[in-house]
Design a protein around this ligand. Structure first.
Ligand code: COA
Length: 223
């Protein structure tokens, strides 16, 4: 049986609830009261404690609630590789993805935000910025003028990129990380929480510290 619901939230963890809350606030500001159901492969079906809706079942159940003309998917996860996996998995359904911007995010003129992206409460995206598809700009994160953030990249809470920075596809900037003006963050690169990038960051490398340097993992003793 097909039960058509407007918003189908992919994931039901805390981040998914924050995204859904942003969506509800946005719709309420326009006089709408949106209906959302959540899907999660790990958490059991049932109502969410936030009161934002209920988990209907695992991701395979999305098709039972989807109507291509009326339904939008909402990406409720924030880690780049998980975003990529879930978007690829749901692609055969041919559904569109909602772009979610909390009404108390600040978004300036000439800013493009791709489908499936999320800009959280308190985030600031200033002027002439391009956010690709499935980008996450989490709570109080900032993207300054002329920035480009490629698809699937994530800025965790309070991460800040200065003007003219390019953040590569599926890159991840940890909580409170800073990227100085004009630098490039490579595709798939991770900048650790609190790190400060003073130079361009290569593709696929994890950096930590201030100034940011490639992480050196100590050899672990066998257990
Ligand atoms: C950088 C990061 C990805 C590294 O994780 P990891 O690959 O599992 O690496 P490890 O935890 O094994 O740490 C490796 C080394 O880097 C150090 N390190 C890890 N993260 C660090 C950070 N943010 N700043 C400084 N040093 C850090 C560790 O102390 C360790 O050092 P050691 O080998 O001398 O003991 C992770 O620590 C991080 O900062 N992630 C950001 C997460 C985040 O902001 N999430 C937001 C959720 S809302």
């Amino acid at each position: 049986m097909l039960v058509c619901v407007r918003y189908l939230v992919v994931g039901a963890g805390g981040h998914a609830e924050e995204v859904a809350w942003s969506l509800v606030e946005h719709e309420r500001a326009r006089g709408e009261s949106p209906e959302a159901v959540f899907f999660d492969d790990v958490r059991p079906p049932g109502p969410l404690s936030s009161g934002l809706g209920a988990i209907a079942g695992p991701l395979d159940a999305v098709a039972d609630y989807a109507d291509r003309r009326a339904t939008l998917l909402v990406l409720g996860v924030g880690l780049p590789r998980l975003k990529q996996r879930l978007v690829a998995r749901l692609a055969p359904l041919g559904l569109s993805w909602a772009t979610v911007v909390h009404p108390r995010a600040i978004v300036g003129p000439n800013v493009e935000i791709g489908p499936g992206s999320y800009v959280a409460a308190g985030a600031i995206v200033t002027v002439n910025v391009r956010l690709g598809a499935f980008v996450t700009v989490n709570l109080h994160a900032q993207v300054a003028h002329d920035g480009i953030v490629d698809a699937y990249a994530t800025l965790h809470p309070n991460a800040r990129v200065a003007g003219n920075v390019r953040v590569g596809e599926a890159a991840e900037l940890g909580t409170g990380a800073i990227v100085l003006p004009g630098l490039t963050v490579g595709a798939g690169t991770v900048l650790g929480a609190g790190a400060v990038a003073l130079e361009a960051l290569e593709d696929g490398v994890t950096y930590v510290g201030a100034p940011a340097r490639p992480v050196h993992r100590r050899a672990r003793r066998p257990a």
